[in-house]
Ligand binder design. Sequence first.
Ligand SMILES: *[C@@H]1O[C@H](CO)[C@@H](O)[C@H](O)[C@H]1NC(C)=O
Ligand SMILES: *[C@@H]1O[C@H](CO)[C@@H](O)[C@H](O)[C@H]1NC(C)=O
Ligand SMILES: *[C@@H]1O[C@H](CO)[C@@H](O)[C@H](O)[C@H]1NC(C)=O
Ligand SMILES: *[C@@H]1O[C@H](CO)[C@@H](O)[C@H](O)[C@H]1NC(C)=O
Ligand SMILES: *[C@@H]1O[C@H](CO)[C@@H](O)[C@H](O)[C@H]1NC(C)=O
Ligand SMILES: *[C@@H]1O[C@H](CO)[C@@H](O)[C@H](O)[C@H]1NC(C)=O
Length: 430
Amino acid sequence: MSDKSRVFVWTMLLSSLCHPIQAFLLSGGDVCFGICNCVEEDMPFQYFHIYKADVKMVRCEERNLRSIPNFAIQNLPSGFYPGGKNFTVDLHNNYIQTVPDKAFGDLPKLSNVDLFGIILYNNSISSLSDSAFLGLENTRVVVDLALNNFTTIPQALRILRKIELLEIEDNPIMTLDPSMIQHISPVLGFSINLTLYNSWPVELNNLHVKGVLFYGFSGSSFQNFNVHGIGHRAIEFEIGGTDIVDLSDVICNNQINVSKLWVWDNYKLDIMPFERCSQGTVMQSLLDFQLTGIYLARIPNFVHTLTKLEWLELAFDNIYEINANDFRGLTELKGLYLDNNRIKTIHPNAFDTNTKLRELILNDNMLTHIPDMVVNLNLEFFKMDAIDCTCSSLQNLKQVNATFANDVACFNVPSLPFTPFVKDALAQCS
Ligand SMILES: *[C@@H]1O[C@H](CO)[C@@H](O)[C@H](O)[C@H]1NC(C)=O
Ligand SMILES: *[C@@H]1O[C@H](CO)[C@@H](O)[C@H](O)[C@H]1NC(C)=O
Ligand SMILES: *[C@@H]1O[C@H](CO)[C@@H](O)[C@H](O)[C@H]1NC(C)=O
Ligand SMILES: *[C@@H]1O[C@H](CO)[C@@H](O)[C@H](O)[C@H]1NC(C)=O
Ligand SMILES: *[C@@H]1O[C@H](CO)[C@@H](O)[C@H](O)[C@H]1NC(C)=O
Ligand SMILES: *[C@@H]1O[C@H](CO)[C@@H](O)[C@H](O)[C@H]1NC(C)=O
């Protein structure tokens, strides 16, 4: 998926393609368990909102491990006892093949662990011992098993009564047990590959979830789709990398409440059901909508009828112009992401009703100056390609105090020796 999707930090339902490996070192770094480092870190990237605060981490990632180290509690550095902290064991990017009984030793017994994270993505695991998670029965857990070799959701998870997040995408899942789906529900975050399915697996209709990623699917529709939210809460959907053509079983479903729908890299997707069902429950409940990587040419008609929208991304869609009414009526819109299209013209009244717009992304298009109506917006975050910075082209910027444009690059200010930005060019023009 495109990187700038991360700008949607407010919802932070992160696709698991962006794992929280970039963590800031706060303290410590003591070697522990032979080959790991025990550190206290702040995680700027979160798993589906889960980790907000700092977390004690046993970092064993990228250690060429073939098996799980012996996590004997006496080998923890002194002073590293959790005492109410979130605690994570990070084993990603290794070559681990199996996870034995009670793999996390006595770590779970440490008092007052709020939330225990087990990060095993990108290993070669095809099975977990049924007692692998012994000791964590009643602890809130986050389990990341993505990019391994599981063909089903492992039975070992049955021991865990409080799974908050389960990431298992990028595994060759071929069987799903409805009682297992029921067991992991309700779950805040869940991700899975349906690459080996060419029709919707009805077993997944037992899922009660806050945020879910379906990555890869070989069928053309989700016929019989009926995933549930938690209680009456809205669901956040992400559907990417599929062969899906017809999404009407999701977007025309009147039983579900959807606050976020990100649909990316589904090249064959038909846009008609979106138009047809735009006045239905799902489309009308959307706050955050992303439709990227398909051929649209124009902003589809239904978009301006989604009046609750706060965040909208239509990137990589071959859009070449923005018309006067494309976003008319989107009065709640805070962020608009239109990068990587072929936009040459934007109608002067295109943003007239988007008075709450604060973030606008226009880079990788065919615009050579900042249009007047953009200058007049009250933006806090703005991105576009290098523009023509001759003084005559910057007239509109001189008239208002559009500081948000200061850091846009210029492709031509011959009088300046360095690569200039709008602020440099403006100084020259005064
Ligand atoms: C642990 O994480 C949860 C969920 O993000 C958070 O609410 C809680 O404050 C964290 N606990 C500590 C002690 O940092
Ligand atoms: C998986 O881990 C191996 C070993 O550390 C690494 O070489 C590889 O790049 C990783 N793959 C991904 C997709 O992260
Ligand atoms: C996954 O499992 C299959 C079948 O057992 C095996 O052939 C393959 O090598 C495994 N792949 C990895 C990355 O462990
Ligand atoms: C998961 O889906 C993605 C997107 O279609 C695909 O590239 C990847 O190979 C799939 N992984 C597995 C293990 O099937
Ligand atoms: C939809 O979800 C929102 C947010 O979770 C909630 O406030 C609202 O009551 C729900 N609406 C229905 C009809 O369930
Ligand atoms: C322009 O706006 C910036 C930030 O809002 C402010 O700091 C600056 O003083 C303003 N300049 C003028 C000339 O009004």
